[in-house]
Design a protein around this ligand. Structure first.
Ligand code: ADE
Length: 230
């Protein structure tokens, strides 16, 4: 089984690449893919660059070109839920696009015909995450993650996303990966560690905590890879 692990930014994948053996760098579609092994398992790691379009391109490339059979996403997110603090982990049970809007035609926010407001992450991978959390004595929260091409640093926008999508955290790539994996029928999992609270302090906190929170998420993903069969 070949496993894809992706992030959006270099900081989100550096802790992963550092732990791969026999790393080979492949340039494709204006991106770098790191092919390697971890505990005997074949892994392909890449960061997509920020946003839904780049994330969709990278997820599709990992599946179609590199023949990965599962996609794990690791990175950081802005907290919506008051239960989430900097460094806390959130596992997406479902992902939606908070900036997708054809409400002018009577559709709900986040919906386009033949799509779905929310795409659900693979239940088996979410179960593995729970087992890993138990083993590592780490707390994880499960909830809806809202994705959009927007760095949210505004309490009003944050509240609107919370109310409209019942979301617990927000970021800029997860739902794009979900749409691609769902279309290709490839199991996927999205994990995020909180870097900020998507409010007035968000950009300051993001810069301060990107690296440390990204490492928390990446370390957990590597523990999951150790537990995944195959
Ligand atoms: N990723 C981490 N923090 C974020 C924020 N506040 N908005 C969008 N994406 C994020």
């Amino acid at each position: 089984m070949r496993i894809a692990i992706m992030g959006a930014m270099p900081e989100e994948i550096e802790p992963l690449v550092a732990r791969l053996d026999e790393v080979e760098e492949v340039l494709y579609a204006d991106n770098t893919f790191y092919l390697g092994k971890y505990r005997g398992k074949e892994i392909v790691v890449a960061y997509s660059k920020i946003g839904k379009v780049f994330a969709a391109l990278t997820a599709a490339t990992l599946i179609e070109k590199f023949e990965c059979e599962m996609v794990l996403f690791t990175g950081v997110a802005g907290a919506i839920s008051d239960d989430l603090h900097i460094g806390d982990l959130i596992v997406a049970d479902g992902l939606c696009q908070h900036d997708l809007d054809i409400t002018a035609f009577g559709h709900p926010y986040g919906y386009v015909p033949e799509g779905a407001v929310c795409i659900w992450a693979d239940p088996d991978l979410r179960e593995i995450a729970k087992k890993v959390a138990y083993d590592l004595k780490v707390e994880i929260k499960e909830g809806i993650i809202a994705t959009g091409d927007q760095f949210v640093a505004d309490p009003g926008r944050k509240q609107w996303i919370a109310e409209t999508f019942k979301a617990d955290a927000l970021e800029m790539e997860g739902a794009a990966v979900a749409v691609v994996c769902h279309a290709f029928d490839v199991p996927f999992f999205v994990l995020r560690a909180i870097s900020d609270s998507a409010d007035m302090d968000a950009s300051f906190d993001f810069d301060a905590f990107l690296k440390s929170s990204a490492k928390i998420s990446a370390d957990f993903i590597m523990a999951m890879v150790r537990k995944i069969d195959g």
